[in-house]
Design a protein around this ligand. Structure first.
Ligand SMILES: C[S@@+](CC[C@H](N)C(=O)[O-])C[C@H]1O[C@@H](n2cnc3c(N)ncnc32)[C@H](O)[C@@H]1O
Length: 267
């Protein structure tokens, strides 16, 4: 299939469709990203729903009492881990555009005995929160899914308080490296690969909207075998990737990174 995925509405529709009915995983994704200690803090239902790409929570400065915003919370694993750190005086706004995901987060939070998570329906591109109302923004494998990434970053800068922290996991890619037949696959976009930015572009876009001290760390290659752990990639797409991507790139079709930045005090 070689549909042009540059149309915003089409990308959003395919991302919604891909995630609305995404089946639980075998825990393989969660076991790859989180330690046993971290996994002991979340219910099995959230572990089986983990669809992130790295572990930014180890790098985020989350303090008791903080207001944290989890962009694209999915099944809720990071919202629950963050809520353990904000404690009873803080809160975690778990944002997703799919009611199905919010219900999963709500159920997982209840199972975890956490009552400071606020499942909130909304889009990354129009965050339904007031200006300067959040201390820390976290997100795992989500920004790359938006067809309007600069707009998402500008929204992050708007809702963060001056000096507030953005700490997200995402994929970066050398766009030149992936064949067009892969870049135009809906599953490749939904699977976070086709929509990923080059690292320098990600940093540049953050700086343009008012972030400072941008720091990209924890670079981990994402292989085709890693992609196969995610239920978003069908066997057919994985096969196509093996066939079309040169063998020497199979071990690294994208790079999972943690990106930290601070909202400038003077926006
Ligand atoms: C790859 S999953 C990651 C879920 C979760 N962060 C995790 O680590 O398991 C992406 C999530 O982002 C949500 N999402 C994607 N695009 C979105 C958008 N434009 N606005 C709000 N949510 C979005 C999806 O519904 C899905 O739950």
């Amino acid at each position: 299939m070689t549909r042009d995925l540059m149309h915003t509405a089409e990308v959003k529709d395919l991302v919604r469709a891909a995630y609305r009915h995404v089946p639980p995983t075998t825990e393989a994704v969660a076991r790859k990203l989180y330690s046993d200690d971290e996994l002991a803090q979340v219910p099995d239902s959230a572990i089986r729903r983990a669809l992130g790409v790295a572990n930014h929570l180890r790098h985020a400065e989350i303090r008791p009492g903080d207001v944290v915003l989890d962009l694209g919370c999915g099944g809720g694993i990071d919202s629950i881990l963050a809520a353990r750190r904000t404690g009873s005086t803080g809160r975690v706004i778990a944002l997703d555009f799919l009611p199905e995901m919010l219900q999963r987060t709500e159920e997982a939070a209840r199972e975890a005995g956490v009552d400071t998570i606020e499942p909130t329906e909304g889009e990354l591109e129009a965050i339904p929160l007031p200006d300067a109302s959040v201390d820390v923004i976290i997100s795992n494998g989500v920004v790359n899914l938006s067809p309007r990434k600069t707009r998402v970053m500008a929204e992050c800068a708007r809702v963060l308080r001056p000096g507030g922290e953005l700490c997200v996991s995402d994929l970066t890619v050398e766009q030149e490296d992936l064949p067009p037949e892969i870049l135009t696959q809906p599953a490749a976009w939904a699977g976070c690969v086709a929509g990923a930015l080059e690292e320098a572009d990600f940093v540049h876009k953050l700086e343009r909207v008012g972030f400072v001290d941008v720091d990209v760390r924890d670079h981990q290659p994402l292989s085709i075998d890693d992609c196969a752990l995610y239920p978003l990639f069908s066997d057919e797409v994985i096969e196509l990737m093996r066939k079309l991507i040169p063998a020497e790139q199979h071990a690294s079709v994208a790079t999972a990174v943690v990106i930290r930045a601070r909202r400038s005090a003077g926006l």
